[in-house]
Write a protein that binds this ligand. Structure first.
Ligand code: ANZ
Ligand code: ZN
Ligand code: ZN
Length: 824
């Protein structure tokens, strides 16, 4: 008797797949294309089972699509630039980031190969390779030519742990997205991508992404944060300067009782009078020490100082005091506001602290401003000509009037800021810019790309980038005048690398162009993208942006990169996220060595709906192992008898109800598994269904030991192996092979449902009341006796005969009749 020995045959099949190039995707094919993509990993060390979940889900989709007739592109690569590599170099002193990265990549590649994931390894990419980052730099140059890249000095987020600036998207609750260190503000000159030029399109096109999770779409919408309103100009008493404000509520202009500037505003200095210098500078000192995120958060304590200057309200020429206030953001709108305490809660809180006037200009049913601002819509009051009008209607008139009077203009404002892409780090793609004293800032000519990252560098424990003092790298010739010039020493954010990698997989090794437009247009958009929800804003927004940019350069003909997005949940262990520091990491190898890859894969998929967070449980793997073992053992009971039979439906002769029922079960489960896998990601219920099939098969084998229907068993054996193969491909391949198929299971077709098999045989049951025939029922031959009794009691004709009487008993004579005995 052959035993289930996965460790032995799993390796064998992985080798066969590799040798036969079973997962290599032809560039062109008659078949429809299916681009199946998982978010590529950052190679920071070994993978744990949480990472592996992503790849397993992706693999089921890829294998299933392949079996249902698609030409599937299922590539893998590494987001291999980034800080952890550099930090390891700084800490360990002697290990180069590249060496560290390549070592980790080798580990990961090996781990994934052991998982039997169907990647086309010939398309493997690495963002830190010269052949890749040459094109990252090329994109930078092309965007520079289009005016989509610029350098400016601004208040930027600085992580002192990572020793670099961060993009706004990388600041989460005031801390560094990567290391958790509190972010501080520095004034530095930095490089930006003009993503704000695309704000409106990025926002509008979200509505086209109907196969994206709603929560991700909402997060992107909020991040882009569109507000429609007006910019209004306020004159300053006795000064030439003016204050522009952005407001979404020009209908409240008659309720403005003070103005407020952001602490960082250059106007603060200009407007502060001598008497108020001390108050203002004390406040600025205090606010400078505070966290910007906390001080501007909703509900934060309002603080500020009077500048001593006054503005003139353009609608009624009222004189209003100008304050500097902690809740005003310098980066939003104009960095200054008109304050309407009666109708804006933040202004209300500030007015209470400084005892400022609060004037109501909108009235409504529950308008009570004694405790808080009234922020609802209503009817305008105290607003001259507009009194009595509904504020939303008046708002439009006021906008026109402001424009006519040249006091203000319509304005659309976005929360989205330009994408800060320069990093003061070594392990990234060098920004391809040269500075020449004569010619200024000069982009590196295309023919000189890539600007190679020098390999021979020294790392300082201070975290200062080794490029800063590297003269071999820095010193160069100006591409325009040939004079001495120096290179930019900042590198690009790794999110630039990952914002276009899905395009490179199509032609991963082309070295004369970034990609072949025709090939890319054939393969994209990605049909299924799978990854973590933590990328909802960062990577997914940047990728959408870069896709639109490349579209506008006529390099591609689509504007959205990812048609379908699936965000999977995490695997927890002992109630916590897996991490080395917590010591709760489950390593795939341990499971593979003990139970085999198929058990690991099947368990990961069986844990629950993949979008949910789930808790790892060792006994769960054992349970799944027992299931596969049982499947194996049942095949072994008949495989020798069926391996030379070819399934032929015309020769299938079902002898009895049990055989019919078993065949029906098979086709029911094919139907269910197809439905669960195709687009629904319900792998757990598909697996449960297969467990059910396995049980039924075993019962049949036990009850009919000497009288087995081999043609039926052949059909089950073939189809069960096929169905199981996207989930547990090794056992399926092995069984398929033992069934004497010449092809690989991965190259075979997904089973089809035989609708005829689903039909249920019916029989007629007579219903009697006190022995007299009163009605009849049609039921399935397999219907449960309790259900038949219930149906009999609910029958309309029967109800008439038993109404008001008490039921003594209900007798069921199987397959014949139900007799209801009543009294009274
Ligand atoms: C007067 C007003 C009256 C406002 C009112 C609101 C309600 P959103 O929707 O987020 O775009 N504002 C403008 N710039 C600001 C800044 N740099 N820092 C802090 N607050 C700022 O918000 C727009 C509103 O936020 C603007 O409309 C302005 O206050 C405030 F009953 O103007 B409003
Ligand atoms: Zn950091
Ligand atoms: Zn020059």
């Amino acid at each position: 008797e052959r035993e289930y020995n996965p460790v032995e045959f799993e390796k064998k099949w992985q080798k066969v797949w590799e040798e036969k190039k079973a997962f290599q995707t032809p560039q062109n094919s008659e078949k429809p294309k299916f681009y199946n993509l998982i978010m590529f990993p950052y190679p920071s060390g070994t993978l744990h089972v949480g990472h592996v979940k992503n790849y397993t889900i992706g693999d089921v989709v890829a294998r299933y699509r392949k079996m249902t007739g698609y030409n599937v592109l299922h590539p893998f690569g590494y987001d291999s630039f980034g800080l952890p590599a550099e930090n390891a170099a700084i800490k360990q002193g002697n290990i180069h980031p590249e060496k560290w990265t390549l070592k980790n990549i080798d580990i990961i590649r090996n781990q994934i190969k052991k998982m039997g994931i169907s990647y086309d390894w010939s398309r493997e990419i690495m963002t830190s390779s010269e052949e890749y980052y040459k094109w990252t730099q090329w994109i930078f140059i092309k965007m520079y030519e289009k005016g989509l890249v610029y350098k400016k000095k601004a208040a930027v987020n600085w992580c002192d742990d990572c020793k670099t600036v961060l993009a706004n998207e990388q600041v989460v609750n005031g801390s560094c997205e990567r290391c958790g260190h509190e972010v501080e503000i520095k004034h530095l000159e930095q490089w930006y991508f003009k993503i704000t030029d695309y704000a409106e399109r990025l926002l509008n096109d979200i509505d086209k992404l109907d196969e994206w999770p709603e929560n991700v779409k909402i997060m992107q919408k909020n991040w882009i944060g569109k507000s429609v309103g007006a910019e209004v100009e306020f004159k300053i008493e006795g000064k030439d300067e003016t204050i522009n404000v952005f407001t979404t509520r020009p209908d409240t202009l008659w309720g403005v009782t003070f103005m407020a500037l952001a602490p960082e505003s250059p106007l603060v200095d200009i407007l502060t009078t001598d008497e108020n210098k001390k108050d203002v500078s004390d406040f600025l000192k205090k606010v400078g020490l505070e966290d910007r995120f906390k001080r501007t958060a909703e509900g934060a304590k309002k603080d500020g100082a009077f500048t001593g200057s006054y503005a003139i309200n353009p609608v009624n020429n009222e004189k209003i005091p100008i304050y500097v206030a902690n809740y005003i953001l310098y980066e939003y709108g104009t960095g200054a506001i008109m304050a309407v305490p009666a109708h804006d809660q933040r202004d209300y809180e500030f007015a209470k602290v400084f005892d400022l006037n609060i004037r109501q200009v909108i009235d409504g049913e529950n308008a009570d401003i004694s405790e808080k601002a009234f922020t609802e819509d209503g009817v305008m009051i105290n607003s001259e000509n507009f009194n009595g009008k509904k504020n939303r209607i008046a708002l439009k008139e006021i906008l026109n009037w402001l424009e006519e009077e040249k006091i203000g203009k319509q304005k659309t404002q976005y929360k989205l800021r330009d994408w800060l892409i320069s990093r003061q780090r070594y392990w990234g793609a060098p920004i391809p810019i040269i500075y020449c004293d004569k010619c200024g800032t000069v982009p590196v000519p295309e023919k000189d790309l890539p600007v190679k990252l020098p390999r021979d560098v020294k790392f300082e424990t201070t975290g200062k980038s080794p490029l800063v003092d590297n003269n071999d790298f820095k010193e160069t010739k100006c591409p325009i005048c040939g004079g001495t010039a120096h290179r930019e020493v900042d590198t690009m954010d790794t999110f630039v690398d990952s914002s276009w990698y899905y395009l490179r997989y199509v032609n991963p090794h082309k070295n004369d162009m970034i990609f072949d437009s025709e090939d890319v247009n054939n393969w994209l958009p990605v049909d299924q993208y799978i990854g973590g929800v933590e990328h909802a804003i960062l990577h997914l927004l940047y990728s959408r942006f870069i896709t639109k940019v490349l579209h506008d350069m006529n390099l591609i003909n689509f504007e959205e990169p990812f048609k379908n997005l699936y965000t999977q949940g995490m695997i927890y262990k002992d109630g916590a996220k897996m991490s080395k520091s917590k010591g709760n990491v489950v390593s795939p190898e341990d499971i593979i060595n003990k139970f085999g890859t198929d058990s690991l894969r099947t368990y990961i998929l069986f844990m629950g709906p993949p979008e949910k967070d789930t808790e790892w449980n060792d006994s769960g793997v054992e349970g799944v192992y027992r299931f596969l073992n049982k499947v194996w053992n049942s095949y072994m009971k008949f495989i020798d008898e069926v391996k030379d039979i070819k399934f032929d439906k015309s020769k299938l002769n079902l002898k009895n109800k049990e055989e019919k029922a078993l065949r029906r079960k098979l086709h029911q489960i094919i139907k269910k598994a197809t439905n669960d896998i195709e687009g629904n990601f319900q792998f757990n219920t598909a697996i449960s269904a297969m467990m059910e099939l396995s049980n039924e098969l075993n019962n049949y084998l036990k009850n009919n030991e000497n009288n087995l229907n081999y043609m039926l068993l052949r059909e089950i054996a073939d189809n069960f192996a096929l169905m199981l193969s996207p989930i547990a491909p090794h056992i399926s391949e092995e069984l398929w092979h033992l069934l004497n198929h010449e092809s690989l299971v991965i190259d075979s077709n997904w089973p089809t449902v035989d609708e005829e098999a689903l039909k249920v045989d019916e029989l007629t049951i007579v219903i009697q009341v006190n022995g007299k025939l009163r009605s009849q029922l049609n039921v399935s031959v397999e219907e449960d006796s309790e259900i038949i009794k219930k149906l009999a009691l609910e029958d309309e004709k029967i109800l008439k005969h038993i109404e008001g009487k008490s039921i003594v008993k209900v007798i069921y004579v199987p397959k014949k009749l139900v007799n209801i005995v009543v009294k009274g």
